[in-house]
Design a protein around this ligand. Structure first.
Ligand code: HSE
Length: 332
């Protein structure tokens, strides 16, 4: 039996333990809140054990990066769900995993339980990825679904999403679109063997959606969804009006819908639970059985965001470049 360790015993870490404990030997779990022989507060003590794979399920705290580095420097396979930390330090983590000849996988960091990154990696071996887009945040989809379809207020829906464990510890990352930006940047980095910087992206969330925009959408047959999009020239996160009859408009609750465009397939859509302990842990465990191949950051994308879109601003419709869009706009 392979030996594993888990960093973090919260919503996701606990579920990883439940799902892996009969499949591998869980040697140690790092969590300062827990007591008992299985638990430790020290990464060094944890790494003194003979371990094949570490699951990292910590929140967005910088110490998680120090731990990830230590794991890779020991040549141990790393599986992470930590999109913020993985994105912020992507270049260094890829280099370290290659230098120390170990696997670095993060299926759970994008789209929760949906196997979208494995799909992307499989497709790019024989096809050319043209874009990645979709609903990539369970919290905001839960809020918008409740606002549009159940008449719930924004605040009530946000509080319920927090209670259900969908939101980040700091939910501004969800409602301001930053969480989706990490996911788009990671998807593009895998698709094009590069290291996309979220500072180059246009990022607006749903915090500033006003009643007028919501009423406009409802009376013209639209719903609003928070959409992430990326291709070789554009990378952005924006609230978008979507016609009620489109597939993306019907994505409910904490579900995500990730669309991958490609030369041969045109497009495929993957739909599933984008947030929550059980599906996210399942994605981490999937990396244990099928780790990512060696990653590369050799290419450089120049994000121009010069795609021209039809945009709604305060009741008016106009055309503008993505790079010119401002906070309270919705593009159609
Ligand atoms: N807060 C994230 C979401 C968790 O709501 O999608 C999963 O990445």
């Amino acid at each position: 039996m392979k030996k594993i360790a888990i960093l973090g015993y919260g919503t996701v870490g606990k579920q990883v333990y439940e799902q892996i404990k009969d499949k591998a030997e869980v040697v140690k779990i790092l969590d300062v809140r827990m007591k008992g022989d299985l638990f430790t507060e020290s990464i060094d003590e944890l790494l003194n054990n003979d371990i094949d794979t570490v699951f990292e399920c910590l929140p967005n705290i910088e110490i998680a990066y120090d731990y990830q580095k230590k794991v890779l420097e020991k040549g141990i396979d790393l599986i992470s769900s930590n999109k913020a930390i993985v994105k912020k330090h992507y270049g260094e983590l890829v280099k370290l995993s290659n230098e120390h000849d170990c696997h670095f996988s993060f299926e759970a960091a994008v789209g929760g339980g949906i196997p979208n990154l494995h799909t992307l990696l499989d497709m790019k071996k024989h096809d050319e990825i043209t874009y990645v887009k979709g609903i990539m945040n369970g919290t905001t989809n839960y809020i918008l679904d409740n606002v549009f379809n159940k008449g719930m207020s924004y605040e009530t829906a946000l509080n319920k999403a927090i209670e259900l464990g969908y939101a980040e510890a700091d939910y501004s990352s969800d409602v301001d679109g930053v969480d989706v930006a990490y996911k788009i940047a990671l998807s593009l980095s895998l698709a094009y063997d590069c290291n996309v910087d979220t500072d180059d992206m246009q990022i607006f969330g749903i915090r500033y959606l006003d009643e007028m925009a919501i009423e406009y959408a409802k009376s013209n047959g639209y719903v609003i969804k928070l959409i992430g999009y990326g291709d070789k020239d554009n990378a952005f996160v924006l609230p978008r009006f979507i016609k009620r009859e489109e597939v993306m408009a019907s994505i409910p609750m904490n579900y995500n819908c990730i669309e991958i465009g490609s030369r041969n397939q045109e497009s495929i859509k993957l739909i599933g639970q984008g947030a929550g302990g059980v599906p996210t842990a399942d994605a981490l465990v999937s990396d244990y059985y099928r780790p990512f191949d060696r990653l590369s950051i050799d290419n450089n994308l120049i994000i121009k965001n010069d795609m021209v879109c039809t945009v709604y601003v305060d009741g008016e419709i106009s055309k503008m470049k993505i790079s010119d869009i401002e906070k309270r706009d919705c593009f159609i």
